[in-house]
Design a binder for this molecule. Structure first.
Ligand code: NAD
Length: 260
């Protein structure tokens, strides 16, 4: 077990990539805090982990709310003693040309991806310094942390922003043994992607099949989707890595769509 007795907070873990990481971390011995807007789904996921013999709790958390983030992390610390790993993963997608994008939608995207990453980072870093044990912070970036696609301006801007945050956390956190890295997946079939396939088909005037083949997987080496399992295995590798040698980095997991 690579993460035995580590306490891991995973935001957006009621669904998709975050949920898979939560279950895989549990199989590696970690105690899991499922932090999500969707409390019913988060509670169900935590119940499922416990049924499988793991340790897990759900916390209701809108990552854009300073109060809810600080309370959720405080509740996790009260239950499990301290935080060792943060996976800042909660996210959404908005498909729109820039000229049609409202300021509200722009701000919503930046709030969830960047305010959420900042607020959860700050709360967890404070606790990692308090315990003196340090820890690992992993941001869910994207190929869109390095590349752009049309119709995704606020997402691309936010995912690029996470690289800057991770590098700064790596520099500030080193003296307290806190590492920070970014995982950058290609397209993964989760509700976030399933929703945008018809949206992109409509905007581009092409079939859903063409969205998959000619847009999403066009530049991969093998025409394959990345899986939640691929991302979870990367998250285990990063969290279990034993030293500060690997910090301030991004790892792209995308079937070669983007090569650094
Ligand atoms: P998903 O829709 O399956 O899950 C996202 C989760 O985030 C949901 O449980 C949702 O309730 C939660 N969430 C949304 N807003 C929140 C908020 N304000 N506070 C707390 N929780 C909130 O999506 P996914 O595909 O698993 O995406 C997870 C992360 O992975 C996102 O950051 C996304 O940008 C990133 N990502 C996804 C893909 C992909 O192809 N699916 C690729 C690269 C990166």
């Amino acid at each position: 077990m690579l993460l035995k007795d580590k306490v891991a907070v995973v935001t957006g873990a009621a669904s998709g990539i975050g949920k898979e990481i939560a279950f895989e971390y549990s199989r590696q011995g970690a105690k899991i805090v499922i932090a999500d807007l969707a409390l019913d789904a988060a509670t169900a996921a935590a119940d499922d982990i416990r049924k499988q013999g793991g340790t897990a709790m759900a916390v209701a958390m809108d990552v854009t709310s300073e109060e809810q983030v600080d309370k959720g992390i405080a509740d996790a610390v009260a239950a499990y003693g301290g935080i060792d790993i943060l996976i800042s993963n909660a996210g959404i997608q908005i498909i729109s040309p820039i000229v049609d994008l409202t300021l509200d939608k722009w701000k919503k995207m930046l709030a969830i991806h960047l305010d959420g990453a900042f607020l959860t980072t700050r709360a967890c870093m404070r606790d990692m310094i308090r315990t003196g044990k340090g820890g690992t912070i992993i941001y869910m970036g994207s190929v869109h942390s390095h590349e752009a696609s049309p119709l995704k301006a606020p997402y691309v801007a936010a995912k690029h922003g996470l690289l800057g945050l991770a590098k700064t956390v790596a520099k500030e956190g080193a003296k307290n043994n806190i590492r920070a890295n970014v995982i950058c997946p290609g397209f993964v079939r989760t509700p976030l992607v399933d929703k945008q396939i018809p949206e992109q088909a409509k905007e581009f005037g092409i079939s859903e099949d063409d969205v998959i083949k000619k847009i999403m997987l066009k530049d991969t080496v093998d025409g394959e989707f990345t899986t939640t399992q691929d991302v979870a295995q990367t998250a285990i590798f990063l969290a279990a890595f034993p030293s500060n040698a690997l910090t301030g980095q991004s790892i792209v997991v995308s079937h070669g769509w983007y090569m650094q």
